[in-house]
Design a protein. Structure first.
Length: 133
């Protein structure tokens, strides 16, 4: 694929997973690092997110765990919590993923991630979260 084709393909994947929230991230980079925005679309979404070995739901669970573990990624975490909801994860599953992450990345990071999830859930009218079990 050409550079332009990779970008167009990545935009389709970005729209399917992140919706307008993902495009806002790319747009926010346009005046500072348009190449970073291009790479997010063409490489991250066009090449990586669209690989068939993991379904989008599983990719988002991995992404949420990594962002929670890294800490300091709250803006990106909000984007990916929205994406996780878009690809079929339930709020209770997202909350459970952050509870599980506390074992590996610690309580402060799990709490911070959960509070970002709470904000996203509130914005989408998904509070209170009800457990599946």
């Amino acid at each position: 694929m050409t550079r332009a084709e990779r970008y167009r393909h990545g935009l389709q994947v970005l729209e399917r997973i992140d919706g307008e929230v993902g495009q806002k991230v790319v747009d926010s980079l346009a005046d500072t690092s348009p190449e970073l925005g291009h790479q997010i679309v063409a490489w991250a979404f066009g090449d990586i997110y669209d690989r068939p070995e993991l379904p989008p739901r599983d990719r988002q669970l991995v992404t949420l765990g990594v962002l929670a573990a890294l800490g300091g990624c709250e803006p990106q975490l909000a984007v990916h919590i929205n994406a996780a909801l878009n690809v079929g994860l339930a709020p209770a599953e997202i909350a459970e993923a952050f509870l599980h992450s506390a074992v590996y990345c610690g309580m402060p990071r799990a709490i911070n991630a959960t509070l970002v999830a709470k904000q996203v859930f509130a914005e989408r009218g998904l509070l209170p979260v009800t457990n599946v079990s």
